[in-house]
Structure formats: C-alpha cells, structure tokens
Design a protein around this ligand. Sequence first.
Ligand code: T3D
Length: 265
Amino acid sequence: AYDTIEFSLRDGVATLVLNRPDRLNSFNEAMHQEVRQALTEVQAAVEAGDCRALLLTGNGRGFCAGQDLSDRNVAPGDEMPDLGYSIETYYNPLIRTLTALPVPVVCAVNGVAAGAGANIALACDIVLAARSASFTQAFAKIGLVPDSGGTWQLPRQVGLARAKGLAMLGDKLGAEQAEAWGLIWRVVDDEGLRDEAARLAAHLATQPTRGLALIKQALNESGTNDLDTQLDLERDLQRQAGRTADYREGVAAFMEKRSPKFSGQ
Ligand code: T3D
C-alpha cells in the first residue's frame, strides 16, 4: 500500500511506477521514502530468486521532474535547505541502488524527465523513451549542478561538448535526438511504450540473469577501469558466469538444437 508510487512483483518482474502525476512525478520526501521501501522489497526478492528484472516508469504526462521545488521555496532571510544532505540521504543512495541491483533495470520514460528525474532514467540499464518524451538537465536554470550521477553519465554517453551544452543550457532534448546521441537505447511510439517496456522486462526476466548481472557489473566498472584492470575483471566474472547452471543449460540447449530454459541460477 503505497501513496506516491505503484509497485507490483509478478512473474519475476518488479514494476515501480512513479505516481504524483499532477507534479510530473517530482520527488517529495514521501515519494523518496516509498521508492526506497519498494527497492528494498526488490532487493529481497532478487536475493530470494523471485525478481529477475525491474521496470521503472511514471504515470501521467511526465516521467519525473526531479526534486519537488515547492519544498524548496524559502523566503529571503529564512534558512536555506542543505541540499547536500538531501543528495546524501536520498538521491545518491537511489542511484547507487539502481546501479548495484544485480538484475537488469528497464526504464520507460513516458514523458519529460527533468533534473534528477533525467539522471535517474540514465542510471537505468536499458532506457526506452516515448517519442514525445524529453530530457532536460533543468538544474542550471535554477542555479544548481546536475546531480544523481549526471556529471558522470553525460560526458561518457554523449561526449564532453554535448554534456556541457546540455548541462549549462538545460534545454529539452527530444527522445529521438537522445536516441541519435546514444543517450538511450530506443524510442517507442507513445501508445506502445508501457507494453513494449513490460515485454522487454519480461523477456529479460527469462534470460540468464546471473550472467546479465555480471555484464552490468563489467560495463559499469569499465567507466573507471583501465584496459588491464578490465581484462582481469572480465576473467574473474567469466569464471563466475562459467559456473552457473544457466551457462550449462545454454550450452546444452545449443548442442541439442533446442530453446534454453534459464532459471536465473
Ligand atoms: O533539492 C534537493 O533536494 C537537491 C536535489 C535536486 C534534484 C533536482 O532535480 S533539482 C531540479 C528540479 N527540477 C526542475 O527544476 C524542473 C522544474 N520543472 C520544469 O522545468 C518543467 O515543469 C518541465 C520542463 C519539467 C515540464 O514543463 P511543462 O511546461 O511541460 O510543464 P509545467 O507546466 O511546467 O509543469 C506541470 C505542473 O507540474 C505545474 O504545476 P501547475 O502549474 O499545473 O500547478 C508545475 O509547477 C509542476 N511541476 C513541474 N515540475 C515540478 C513541479 N512542481 C514542483 N516541482 C517540480 N520539480
């Protein structure tokens, strides 16, 4: 029973829907708490083998407009909020949880993704966006710095020139341009987005998910490793992957010319 989100776990897929549509699903304290609680449920279900993919999306015409600014409107002379505390307590743990979650995280960006909302989407593993969706690093327009990993993700995904343009101008980047720039996986027609994302998450949940978790780890760590370190990491992860039941099943199915049946073990 959540108020600001919808959460379900079915057939190995956890679905978390941001649900404050009148505020474009911006984060207030209650939504932070509920998202955290739902992700704790996801972590437990992953450990129990009951969850093999997570789908994140939003209700209404926005995906997420970042921080709810009505909680930040202070009169001159009043004490300013400590945004570092908010980042440390809420946004950073959220990004760390999504990044470390050992199952694929699919994000379906159903509308505008602004501020931290944009960077939460970019922290997911496979990002689909509705054709009408857009991404904006809105921070600069109110005197802030991109957070939630934006200053790390953007230069890696689109290069420094485009990262600086996006971060300093805060313009809306349309979904098709975001796809063309390599910021997201794919654009989907608006009306098909939710179904397509659900299909993709359901498909991933039937795949060798321990292997997928190791792929996620390898690609995430490649952001800071040199080639030598990455080669060593690949060796170690391949050793682990090579001991999974799903690897044995994958090879057996190939040799027997049949479809594999993966268990996530
Ligand atoms: O503070 C900390 O804890 C530090 C962490 C910060 C992380 C951050 O995310 S900072 C950045 C915060 N977000 C923004 O600056 C984005 C603000 N919103 C916008 O720039 C625009 O709303 C959008 C570009 C996202 C969408 O524009 P548009 O024209 O499609 O919609 P709109 O009319 O501006 O918004 C619709 C409604 O949602 C509107 O309310 P109303 O007039 O219908 O009653 C608007 O006020 C509300 N809304 C949108 N974003 C927010 C919001 N209300 C509160 N906070 C928001 N972030």
